[in-house]
Design a protein around this ligand. Structure first.
Ligand SMILES: Cc1cc2nc3c(=O)[nH]c(=O)nc-3n(C[C@H](O)[C@H](O)[C@H](O)COP(=O)(O)OP(=O)(O)OC[C@H]3O[C@@H](n4cnc5c(N)ncnc54)[C@H](O)[C@@H]3O)c2cc1C
Length: 539
């Protein structure tokens, strides 16, 4: 008799989505989480002062709102409330103009028109193309490979010629995508800035696809935030799970998956405690850690072990949270209303930043992704004050510093110096910003990993978003599905297709694969029993 039907290792959004779907199917589910709190990279905490709620990792959830997987969970019924800033995104240019993305297409078009005559109309057409396919695209992207239903809907929506154009556009770099469609730099900044949420440079595909997708999602859905902090998204997932009998146990680090006859039969915790499972183990764990540490290479085909040596994590991340005594005094008006502000002075400056990263150099002028949380949600801090964060990418293994003398050791001194560098970028666009800081909390790459083992070296996406590790190549060349070579074990984390972001698809795909495999296992077991009984009766 097993302790539970399924164990989910890791209470990140993918683990919690997987657990919810298994519980919906009537399975008894236990989620084991290494950290003291659930949520993975979706957590909030009072990092600076009491009463100031900061999102420790992720903060904006266009995919959380738009993903068919998350929508189907109806988290609104479990306490989740989405809030929107007056403006989605602002990207100030060095020349004083500012590109703005709004959920009102007229406002976005007006902003882009100010960069080049005709770009407003071009944006309307560009976005209309996205809107035509966005539902089918989201279904395709969040379905297991091959995405038969979503793919068919997409092909139908596009038609043969449209499909060719769409495929070609998806293969572009974001610089080329902007050049082909717009005359001015405003649209390029919006598209490239959004592509820079990933680890793919602006001159490399699929940055065009990534920038297009996120910018147009922002136009359609905004960049919503959960009222009360990112942790409220996690709380809703946990509440839903518990309402169906599922359980989450924190401070429970899984150190081994028990494999017998090539089947996962249980897990072992850091305390030595064993938990047996009857139907499956779903791992919201990075692929290398799952296979090398939890399963062990002796249980894996040598081809997989070899493929893992080529697994590529995405760039590392450096994050700052601030408590401010008032709103940031931006020079440009749109930035004063935007939830998200991207800072990097021009398209060429974005390329220079990406070039530093490509050479494993700590960037001299980091691309700064800033979140002004109170614009959407005033509950984040006392009236009149603000909580703001910023992050940028840094190399996973720095070999130098394009801006000075940092070595990438990320000790306290280096961490403070790099935080000052990020603050200088904001101060240049908002003189007086520094004088508002009443509290500051820094997370250099090692600190990120210490708070969530999946953020290996500070990588936030569970693996690169480069073409070489997408779809059938994620996490390693194969089917790109949640099934693993160990029966009853499923990869449920962002290391699986479709990768990073809070959309729940990796978890949902793993849960569906587990349910389908269990059904098959039972049918085969039933047939085998009948054959055995028949053979006994004959003898
Ligand atoms: C700084 C930062 C900013 C981001 N911003 C955004 C954003 O604004 N919007 C967005 O959509 N995405 C954002 N992301 C990405 C997004 O948060 C992740 O892609 C997403 O959380 C991945 O979900 P997951 O469930 O796969 O893994 P995670 O959220 O990383 O959760 C994995 C969980 O598994 C646990 N775990 C790992 N190993 C074990 C073990 N052996 N035993 C027990 N537990 C274990 C970990 O402790 C962790 O809680 C951001 C990420 C970071 C780090």
């Amino acid at each position: 008799m097993s302790d539970v039907d399924a164990v989910v290792i890791g209470a990140g959004p993918n683990g919690l989505v997987a657990a919810n779907l298994l519980a919906d199917a009537g399975w008894s589910v236990l989620v084991l989480e290494a950290q003291p709190d659930p949520g993975g990279a979706v957590r909030s905490a009072e990092l600076t002062h009491p009463g100031y709620i900061h999102d420790v990792f992720s903060a904006f959830y266009p995919l959380g709102l738009a993903s068919p997987v998350m929508r189907a969970l109806d988290l609104g019924s479990y306490g989740l409330r989405w809030r929107h800033a007056p403006l989605v995104l602002a990207h100030p240019h060095a020349d004083g103009r500012c590109a703005a993305l709004s959920t009102d297409v007229d406002e976005t078009a007006k902003s882009l028109e100010s960069f080049a005559a005709g770009d407003g109309g071009a944006w309307r057409e560009f976005y209309a193309d996205f809107e035509r396919v966005s539902d089918a695209l989201l279904v395709s992207m969040t379905s297991p490979i091959p995405p038969v239903k979503g793919g068919a809907r997409l092909a139908l929506a596009l038609g043969p010629r449209g499909l060719l154009d769409f495929t070609r556009q998806s293969l572009l770099s974001v610089r080329r995508l902007a050049e082909e469609n717009f005359g001015g730099e405003g649209a390029a900044l919006l598209l490239a800035g959004n592509a820079m949420h990933s680890d793919v440079g602006p001159d490399t595909p699929p940055s065009g696809f990534l920038g297009w997708m996120l910018t147009c999602l922002g136009q359609q859905y905004g960049f919503p935030v959960p009222e009360g902090g990112a942790g409220q998204l996690t709380a809703a997932l946990v509440r839903r799970l518990e309402s169906r009998g599922g359980r989450v146990r924190c401070s429970a680090n899984v150190t081994r998956i028990e494999v017998r006859d090539r089947r996962a039969v249980g897990v072992v915790l850091h305390t030595g405690e064993s938990i047996s499972v009857g139907r499956g183990v779903l791992a919201d764990v990075g692929a290398p850690a799952l296979y090398r540490t939890l399963v062990g290479e002796e249980h894996l085909p040598s081809s997989l072990v070899a493929d893992l040596t080529r697994f590529q994590y995405d760039a590392a991340t450096f994050k700052i949270d601030w408590a401010l005594s008032g709103p940031i005094p931006w020079r440009t008006e749109p930035a004063t209303r935007a939830g998200t502000v991207h800072l990097c002075d021009s398209m060429d400056a974005i390329t220079e930043y990406a070039a530093d990263l490509a050479q494993d150099k700590i960037p001299a002028h980091p691309f700064v992704l800033t979140g002004q949380m109170n614009k959407a949600d005033p509950t984040r801090s006392p009236a009149g004050t603000e909580t703001v964060w910023a992050y940028t990418h840094v190399p996973l293994r720095p070999r130098g510093d394009a801006g000075g003398t940092l070595r990438g050791r990320w000790d306290d001194a280096e961490t403070q110096v790099f935080a000052d560098r990020i603050e200088s970028e904001i101060e240049a666009h908002a003189p007086g910003f520094r004088s508002l800081i009443t509290g500051r909390h820094l997370l250099a790459p090692p600190a990120l990993e210490a708070r969530n083992a999946n953020l290996v070296g500070g990588a936030l996406g569970g693996g690169t978003m480069a073409f070489s590790q997408q779809v059938v190549f994620r996490p390693v060349p194969g089917l790109g599905r949640a099934e693993t070579p160990v029966r009853g074990l499923f990869l449920a984390s962002a290391s699986a297709h479709p990768g990073g972001g809070v959309h729940g698809a990796c978890g949902a795909n793993a849960a569906r694969a587990a349910i389908a495999a269990d059904r098959l296992h039972r049918i085969v077991g039933g047939v085998r029993d009948r054959v055995r009984r028949g053979a006994r009766a004959e003898s």
